[in-house]
Design a protein around this ligand. Structure first.
Ligand code: GLU
Length: 481
């Protein structure tokens, strides 16, 4: 094993959008393969036609690409182990199912649905009774030749225990008496997941199988097949569940958000991937903010936790904010612009100035409108806002100094944040009042708000000279009413 090239795979079923748990499985497979210089493969498991949702394969491709989880082989990129879509591998499964029958690991079953139903016990449980295992070779051949429908079932030993070592959960043992002779090949020739995953993982040279804990107890039955075929078992790594809270699993069935939803909500993409990586894995160092290449560098299977991970959106939001802080203005602008368009202020003021006010004040892009909308909400307001003991501001002060603020601002020819600021600081000195008091008065006068993203001169700069002076007149009139 030591010199073998690592090959991992992500094997989603196209049943809707790619949920967070699925993306985490993909990410760990990718990180582990890339860290070890191996290959990461995408395989579409679409044999359950009843659960197939149109368009979901495309969502899988798009999500993986968009999040940077690039697969080396897959349906749309090709590779030497294709086809990578299970429905295109039907004949392979049929051939291997027949081979497994010859090897004694499976058998033909002709039981009708009615007969199967009659096996249900009083508690409602149904378990196949190996009835068809007793059929002679001749009889089987005769019935197949006559066109009778059949399935192929796994022949699970009636006694004994299946044991294997999982890299996260340790030694796992399951009594064979607790495993049913499940269907491997359905009457329409389609394999079940239980069969196809074994055949494909072997034929595609998968060395490490990384998937959710829901497969922990089924793995002994897969091992029976590896053993029957004489194939080497892969290394197993089962991942802890991701919970919404202590009781509930995060699940797409409950409508919990997907990667796409979080992107739409305005999370920085890298922060979503970064946060998902931390759901069930702890890095050795205390650094939590890691981009994809840092994740590859730091990832290790030893860091995968057994206990369920709780999805904490507040933490992901914090991480997103950290990524925004680290962005250059141009990077921020590229991602933020579509969100700024939802703001009332969009199109009315200089775009870059609006974005500069928002950057550093938002954790996710969708918060941008709420940071700049105030610019367009100026209307009659409660004059009590001028009262602020801490800033040494009052209605009285506002009345007194607003005319002088106007005069000072009118004289500013080059209307920039710093020119405005310097002029007002000078005025405060002249009036012998604290500059905070003056700036408080000014900001309330031109916004009518107790708090705003951006200080007085920053806001005035965005509003422009004409609008600023107009607002000061409006407020002066309010004060003198
Ligand atoms: N198609 C299975 C699923 O979506 C894959 C499980 C596995 O990785 O083996 O759950």
């Amino acid at each position: 094993m030591a010199t073998e090239k690592i090959r991992t795979r992500f094997a989603p079923s196209p049943t809707g959008y790619l949920h967070i748990g699925g993306l985490r499985t993909a990410l760990y497979g990718f990180l582990f393969a890339k860290k070890g210089g191996g290959d990461f493969i995408l395989r579409i498991e679409d044999t359950d036609t009843a659960r197939y949702v149109d368009g979901s394969v495309q969502i899988i491709y798009d999500t993986l690409r968009d999040s940077g989880i690039i697969y080396d082989e897959g349906p749309d990129v090709g590779g030497n182990y294709g086809p990578y879509v299970q429905s295109e591998r039907k004949q392979i499964y049929i051939d291997y199912a027949k081979k497994l029958v010859e090897l004694g690991g499976a058998y033909y079953c002709f039981c009708t649905p009615e007969r199967i139903e009659s096996l249900r016990d009083d508690a409602g449980n149904l378990r196949y009774d190996k009835h068809c295992l007793k059929l002679s070779k001749e009889e089987i051949e005769k019935r197949i030749a006559s066109g009778e429908p059949y399935v192929i079932r796994q022949n699970v030993p009636e006694h004994g225990t299946g044991t294997y070592h999982d890299l996260v959960y340790g030694d796992i043992s399951v009594d064979y008496k607790d495993i049913e002779d499940g269907i491997l090949l359905k009457s329409d020739g389609m394999p079940t997941y239980n069969f196809a995953n074994v055949i494909d993982d072997h034929l595609m040279g998968i060395t490490h199988v990384i998937r959710g804990t829901e497969y922990l107890s089924s793995t002994p039955k897969y091992n029976l097949m590896y053993d029957a075929f004489g194939w080497e078992r892969p290394v197993y790594i089962h991942l802890p569940p991701i919970m919404k809270d202590a009781q509930h699993k995060l699940s797409k069935r409950n409508g919990d958000a997907s990667y796409e939803d979080f992107v739409k909500k305005g999370y920085v993409k890298e922060s979503i991937v970064n946060y998902i990586a931390l759901l069930g894995w702890s890095p050795k160092s205390n650094t939590e903010k890691m981009n994809l290449s840092e994740l590859i560098e730091n990832f290790s299977l030893e860091g995968i936790n057994k206990s369920p991970a709780i999805f904490d959106e507040t933490k992901m939001k914090w991480l997103s904010g950290e990524y925004i802080k680290a962005m250059t203005f141009e990077e921020f602008k590229e991602c933020a612009l579509p969100f700024l368009k939802d703001s009332k202020a969009y199109g009315k003021y200089d775009q870059d100035k609006l974005l500069a006010v928002a950057k550093g004040r938002v954790q996710i892009f969708s918060e941008i409108p709420s940071k700049v909308d105030f610019l367009e909400e100026f209307a009659e307001f409660d004059l009590a806002l001028f009262e602020n003991q801490k800033q040494k501001s009052s209605v009285e002060l506002a009345k007194n100094i607003l005319p002088q603020i106007k005069e000072t601002l009118s004289a500013v020819t080059e209307w920039t944040n710093s020119n405005l600021f310097n002029a007002l600081v000078e005025l405060a000195a002249k009036l012998e009042i604290k500059k905070q008091a003056l700036l408080w008065v000014m900001r309330v006068a031109i916004t009518g708000k107790e708090s705003t993203a951006g200080g007085a001169t920053e806001v005035a700069d965005i509003l422009g000279k004409e609008e600023t002076l107009k607002r000061i007149d409006f407020t002066a009139e309010l004060l003198n009413k």
